[in-house]
Write a protein that binds this ligand. Structure first.
Ligand SMILES: [Cu+2]
Length: 141
């Protein structure tokens, strides 16, 4: 009787351990190959800094932090796209950033030249230097 009980208990424990492992094996990979590239953007009183000013086409997340005292935000505008028929790109963070706040947006970048600006002050912040041009260059075949 005792032996039979132990064998049964062993089976239950084994089943309990196996189930979660099987589920984990079916879970999708945490990082899919099409995950957006992340560009770090720093907004300061008179500048916009990008971790890189030469980017590749495709979904790109602009992770933006405001280190200045005032409120700022980020707007990315295409200046000239390589494909003249492509629709102009213009996208702004969903909300303005106070000091030390972070916000992000993802843009599907097409080859061309862009400007990353702070649109606050009807262009006043941009004129004071809060702008940074960058290019999106297609991979060579
Ligand atoms: Cu600003």
């Amino acid at each position: 009787m005792t032996l039979k009980y132990v064998a049964l208990a062993g089976f239950v424990v084994t089943a309990g351990l196996t189930a979660p492992v099987a589920r984990a094996a079916q879970a999708p990979p945490a990082q899919s190959p099409t995950a957006p590239v992340v560009v770090t953007v720093t907004l300061d009183e008179r500048k916009v800094e990008l971790s890189s000013t030469t980017l590749k086409p495709g979904p790109t997340t602009f992770k933006t932090t405001n280190v200045a005292k005032g409120t700022h935000t980020l707007k990315v505008e295409s200046e000239k796209l390589d494909d003249a028929k492509a629709k102009k790109i213009s996208q702004e963070l969903p909300h303005d950033l106070k000091k030390d706040e972070t916000g992000e947006m993802t843009i599907d970048l097409k080859p061309g030249t862009y400007n990353a600006i702070c649109p606050i002050g009807l262009g006043a912040h941009k004129r004071k230097g809060m702008q940074q041009m960058f290019t999106v260059v297609a991979k060579k075949p």
